[in-house]
Design a protein around this ligand. Structure first.
Ligand code: FES
Length: 131
């Protein structure tokens, strides 16, 4: 498992004010477990207290080795699990994790709060720092 999905466990539903993250984690684990195609072996799912997207609950992040990191907001545990699982499948096979909004499934086209590229090590800069 070298890919990770992180779910905020502190986000509160705007209407009910209840915390939705733990339920989201449960449903996402179920969805990933049923995804097939090696996806359950690749992804670990965990919770974190806050990812600074508090105005756009729930927030969910995707990370992978040498891959872009994504932070999505407005994720509804009742309606958006299929989109997250579809993105996991897509993300697993993108060598650098990079994709455009139009290529992301469903709601994830419009709910991206951040896309951070993987660290790119410039060999000239690296040499300058090591000498
Ligand atoms: S409370 Fe969920 S991102 Fe801050």
């Amino acid at each position: 498992m070298d890919h990770r999905i992180t779910v905020c466990t502190s986000c509160r539903d705007k209407g009910t004010k209840s915390r939705l993250g733990y339920g989201l984690i449960e449903k996402l684990r179920q969805g990933i477990a049923e995804a097939g195609d090696r996806i359950p072996e690749l992804f670990e799912i965990s919770g974190v207290a806050c990812m600074a997207g508090c105005d756009r609950p729930c927030t969910v992040a995707f990370h992978g080795p040498k891959k872009a990191t994504y932070l999505f907001g407005d994720i509804d545990p009742e309606t958006d699990i299929a989109d997250l699982v579809a993105f996991a499948r897509q993300y697993a096979y993108l060598h650098d994790g990079w994709c455009s909004s139009v290529d992301r499934p469903g709601k994830l086209r419009k709910s991206t709060l951040a896309r951070v590229p993987a660290v790119i090590v410039d060999s000239e800069t690296e040499k300058a720092h090591s000498s």
